[in-house]
Write a new protein. Structure first.
Length: 36
C-alpha cells in the first residue's frame, strides 16, 4: 500500500497521547499503568 502516510513521523505521532514524565520508582510506574 502506498500513499498512506505511515512513513511520515508527523502522521504517526499525530494520534499519540502526550508523554508524561514519572518518577523512576516501581510503585509510581505501577500506579501510572493502573496496576496498583
Amino acid at each position: 500500500m502506498t500513499g498512506n502516510g505511515l512513513k511520515d513521523p508527523d502522521t504517526a505521532l499525530s494520534g499519540m497521547p502526550e508523554v508524561q514524565a514519572i518518577q523512576v520508582d516501581p510503585v509510581a510506574v505501577a500506579h501510572e499503568l493502573e496496576l496498583a
